[in-house]
Unconditional design. Structure first.
Length: 581
């Protein structure tokens, strides 16, 4: 055997498969492909992740932009100032688009004359469009060459007529304007909005921040007043003023259980749509800001204090009715009323002398305390910014001071003070602050107790007695069971009281078997006329206003006339001969 054969026998068997070098190449290629695939997968995943982030971001921006646009659109559609309505949703103040008349001398821009026609001709043309325009003032402004407003609140048809003048310098920018659709009605409650966009005087001032809040402008603010009652009160007050040629008037309708003001009027009125010198002169609110000596309307409050404190234990007890001296002053009545009167007779005939004796027995400190509890020593409680401070005697009251306060002199308060005090006297004895905000059922303020329930019940009888048999007979609207008291007080002036100038007031509540509303009507300086039989006292002028008003507003307020219901005053008639039937 040769060497080659031996070598062939010893060599291992080698298969004809892929050589090892190729195996290594295949392995390397496989690994490279696998790595490339993994990289592609990671790149794809990365791209997908970033694409997803981009889509989420785009979606977020789209939604955010949509919300922003929606919010912007919502804000753009909102009025620039919120609406005010009455308790039933009737509009009292709202914003609407309007035109203004603006003089722009630079309108032509060529440095030439700003007007085609002369200032005199243009002013005359504007006067024909706006009859109340001050032609001389307008002519002077046009001639001066200074830009500025010529007029606010221009109606579309008026704007068209201005354009027909052919003067490019007369521009009419569109603005938003505060409008009071009821005109002068409730002007002293609402106030007005000044040129700076902020409220003045009334609830426009009180609610200014709320009405300008962008998040709340779409929600009207409802006041407690009822537009129907407000209109009736103003109408009857104006009629009463004209009949007796009074210089002013005031009135209020108040819910005795909640303190809500259903109507409040001060006359003469002003128009919040047009604030001028005459309007500014009438902005003073006689109901909340002017104080008066309200005369004999205080006498029921004095009797209530005497009954409640235990000073009067029997209404049949008689007091001397002849004039008497107190600390150098003579207390007397307008005319003789007999030798003696009991408390019910004193209220029917309105005797100062008997009131003085009742105060003397009760004591000055006791009367003063009740007046404090009725809020007579503080500004009236209501949201309006204009609230008058009473003329209130400081310190301990002397005897003469207490006597005169007992019959409504020596202290000056607003008609609102009186209305709130009468509400406490007839509603069961609880004093509550007056409010121009609506009070939800069951959410009336607790208030403070001034009189006992029994005292309030007795006063309801006495007030009804006055309206049936006393000075308040002209307010006794059939079926409405009105009860109230007249008051005619001389106005103080230089050198003492002025006998020729009176403040005539009638304070009442109805229906007296279950009082729901207090009504106060006041006339400032009424004159004797044919309509009042040449009498100037409240029985002839203020009481008839209430007598006409109650039947008008009663049904609106859910009080129907019923001639078969009334307060039981049979025990009082037994001790009052004047009330015998």
């Amino acid at each position: 055997m040769n060497v080659a054969a031996l070598m062939a026998q010893d060599a291992p068997a080698v298969s004809p498969a892929i050589p090892s070098e190729r195996v290594q190449l295949v392995t390397i290629r496989y690994r490279a492909v696998a790595t490339a695939r993994m990289r592609i997968v990671w790149v794809a995943l990365g791209l997908a992740f970033f694409a997803l982030l981009a889509l989420v971001r785009i979606g977020t921006l789209g939604l955010s932009d949509h919300k922003t646009q929606a919010a912007s659109l919502h804000q753009a559609l909102l009025p620039t100032r919120g609406d005010i309505t009455d308790r039933n949703g009737a509009p009292l103040a709202r914003v609407f688009p309007a035109y203004a008349l603006w003089y722009n001398p630079e309108a032509l821009g060529d440095g030439g004359e700003p007007l085609v026609k002369s200032p005199e001709e243009v002013a005359a043309g504007l006067k024909r469009i706006f009859p109340d325009l001050d032609e001389a003032k307008t002519r002077a402004q046009l001639a001066s060459g200074k830009s500025g407003y010529l007029r606010r609140r221009v109606l579309p048809e008026e704007a068209n007529r201005v354009q027909e003048l052919g003067e490019l310098a007369l521009e009419m920018p569109q603005e938003t304007d505060r409008h009071y659709p009821q005109g002068s009605m409730a002007a002293h409650i609402l106030g007005y909005v000044a040129a700076d966009g902020h409220g003045r005087v009334g609830m426009e001032q009180v609610l200014d921040e709320r009405l300008l809040d962008p998040s709340k402008r779409g929600e009207p603010v409802a006041l407690s007043i009822d537009m129907r009652v407000q209109g009736a009160l103003e109408d009857e007050l104006q009629r009463g003023m004209k009949l007796v040629d009074a210089t002013g008037g005031a009135g209020i309708v108040l819910d005795v259980d909640t303190g809500e003001v259903l109507a409040l009027a001060s006359l003469p009125e002003f128009d919040p749509n047009k604030i001028d010198a005459a309007g500014e002169a009438n902005m003073f609110n006689r109901v909340t800001n002017q104080v008066y000596e309200l005369g004999s309307t205080f006498k029921p409050l004095t009797v209530a204090a005497a009954i409640d404190s235990g000073s009067i234990t029997s209404l049949s007890r008689r007091y001397s009715a002849t004039p008497y001296r107190v600390q150098g002053h003579t207390v007397k009545d307008s005319h003789p009323m007999g030798a003696s009167l009991n408390a019910p007779q004193m209220l029917i005939h309105s005797s100062n002398v008997v009131t003085g004796h009742i105060v003397d027995e009760m004591g000055a400190a006791t009367l003063r305390n009740y007046m404090v509890q009725l809020g007579m020593n503080e500004r009236p409680y209501i949201e309006l910014p204009a609230r008058g401070f009473p003329i209130w005697p400081s310190g301990d009251w002397q005897r003469i001071r207490a006597v005169t306060v007992g019959y409504g002199h020596g202290i000056a308060v607003t008609p609102l003070h009186l209305a709130s005090a009468y509400a406490a006297m007839v509603n069961g004895g609880i004093w509550r602050p007056a409010t121009l905000h609506m009070v939800k059922p069951g959410e009336a303020p607790r208030g403070r107790r001034v009189f006992k329930e029994s005292t309030s019940s007795r006063m309801r009888q006495l007030l009804r007695l006055i309206s049936k048999y006393g000075t308040g007979r002209s307010a006794d609207a059939t079926g409405y069971r009105v009860g109230g008291k007249t008051g005619s007080a001389e106005k103080p002036g230089a050198g003492g009281y002025q006998r020729s100038n009176l403040v005539s007031t009638f304070a009442a509540a109805f229906p007296m078997d279950r009082p729901r509303y207090v009504v106060v009507a006041m006339l400032d300086e009424p004159r004797g006329t044919v309509a009042s039989s040449y009498q100037r006292t409240a029985a002839w002028n203020a009481a008839p206003i209430v007598g006409r008003l109650v039947p008008r507003v009663g049904p609106m307020l859910g009080v129907r006339p019923d001639e078969h219901r009334d307060v039981d005053i049979s025990d009082l008639r037994a001790i009052v001969p004047e009330a015998s039937e």
